[in-house]
Ligand binder design. Structure first.
Ligand code: KMH
Ligand code: ZN
Length: 275
């Protein structure tokens, strides 16, 4: 049984506009302040999407490198870069994210309808991400938007071997319109499918929008970990916009403590993830 809880903060994402969500951290200074405060509250991993000077999502290699360096300088958080980017980002730019040499990077395990868009993740592209991360010593977080993505993960590991460090960690991204719903039933179904993966595989879960709280509670009670942040949730409660990422991390920490699974610190998190 897992004793502590990994808490990942996903502060920015690629979908919300700064004009509509003014509290969204989009500059490097805003990101660093958020990172430091979330670490102090109990986050151990930061899942990073960056923005350009006009607050639009970007995968600019120089900016990504500078962001990784600045986060390492100011925090002890595990830096996980998004290779998902925005739905419009080309594969080559998404692969080039790994050149910024983060501790971890996301690796989405299949294509999914994403609201009115399609989040495209071809098999060959997934293999490219997985094998490059193996070569470069980057630990993947396999993003699971639907149950079939776990079948794809099993196939990937069977054919190409374990990730760097030997530990498999997945993140259930639930409640995306087009993916699995953010319900306890779906979380349990996804957890059951982990039986086909290495025995010590760990999972975190995040619920988009109003599924945030049910998914957190389901994940904690099933022995899973938590991801929260304004990438996934911009409404704290009915009629109440999220004020900051810290507000979401503080709520997640409170739930984890209630479940008697307090947050793992960054050293414990690195140990668990094989970093
Ligand atoms: N922005 C979504 C299209 C990831 O970061 O790897 C994809 C996403 C997943 O956020
Ligand atoms: Zn993301």
């Amino acid at each position: 049984m897992t004793t502590g809880t990994l808490i990942t903060v996903a502060p920015t994402g690629a979908e919300s506009a700064k004009t509509e969500v003014p509290a969204l951290p989009v500059t490097l200074d805003e990101l660093l302040l958020t990172a430091k405060e979330c670490e102090a509250l109990g986050a151990s991993i930061i899942h990073v999407h960056i923005r350009d000077d006009d607050a639009r999502p970007t995968l600019d290699p120089g900016r990504l490198r500078a962001t990784v360096a600045a986060l390492r300088e100011s925090t002890d958080l595990i830096v996980q870069l998004s290779t998902g980017g925005a739905v419009t980002d080309p594969e080559a730019d998404r692969l080039a994210v790994l050149d910024a040499a983060p501790d971890m990077a996301s690796c989405t395990m299949g294509t999914v309808n994403f609201g009115d868009d399609v989040f495209l993740n071809r098999w060959e592209f997934i293999v490219g991400l997985h094998t490059r991360m193996q070569e470069r010593g980057i630990v993947p977080e396999y993003e699971i938007f639907d149950l079939g993505h776990l079948t794809a993960l099993r196939r990937l590991l069977d054919k190409y071997g374990l990730p760097h460090g030997g530990h498999v960690h997945v993140d259930f991204v639930m409640g995306v319109p087009g993916g699995m719903p953010g319900t306890t039933a779906a979380l349990v179904a996804a957890q059951q499918m982990l039986r086909d993966l290495p025995e010590d595989t760990t999972f975190s879960a995040t619920g988009i929008g109003r599924s945030s709280i049910p998914v957190m509670l389901a994940s904690l009670s099933a022995g899973g970990h938590l991801r929260v942040g304004m990438e996934d949730t911009v409404t704290y409660a009915k009629g109440r916009p999220v004020e900051s990422n810290m507000q979401l991390v503080a709520r997640a920490v409170g739930f984890a403590q209630l479940a008697q699974r307090p947050p793992l610190n960054t050293t414990q998190a690195r140990e668990l993830l094989g970093l």
